[in-house]
Design a protein. Sequence first.
Lengths: 115, 110
Amino acid sequence: NAGVTQTPKFRILKIGQSMTLQCTQDMNHNYMYWYRQDPGMGLKLIYYSVGAGITDKGEVPNGYNVSRSTTEDFPLRLELAAPSQTSVYFCASSSGQYLANYGYTFGSGTRLTVV
Amino acid sequence: QQPVQSPQAVILREGEDAVINCSSSKALYSVHWYRQKHGEAPVFLMILLKGGEQKGHDKISASFNEKKQQSSLYLTASQLSYSGTYFCGTGGSNDYKLSFGAGTTVTVRA
């Protein structure tokens, strides 16, 4: 199994450009998440989804949008990129409700630089 | 609300022990522990639940103190492979998502 696949691995954007970070999982997990990790910091939740067609905001949603049309895919859209969005972005998935018995499986991350 | 981890960093020699703490001001139901190697994704280690037993993963174990709303991760007889940044993730009983601490960087030297 591939697990959680993120593309691209690296990207440099100019201020004001837009892009979509792709995330696909093949484990039939209902729960999917987008986190960002700034240097030396923990993970901050951007958006999450509990199933196809259902998404909700996390701690730091401004400047981002998501959609979840299928169980497998959870793309993250950056509109009008700003230097503050320079970060490493991780997509994760989980099979369990209420996080009682199931951990997250993370993708390998996308390192984004906005110049 | 994000949990607070301590210490921020620890340096060990092979074979030494260490304890990493994770505290929350919010009532906890589950605490997850993850380890992240430099330049890689975090990897799940274990989950502790309120009222549950202490867990273990190789020589890494953890406990959950309900009164203190705190979890502790114990690295016993550390190995070089234990180096990395350890994150705790916490959630309440009705949460679908985790809040992560800032991490504790562990360096194990030969």
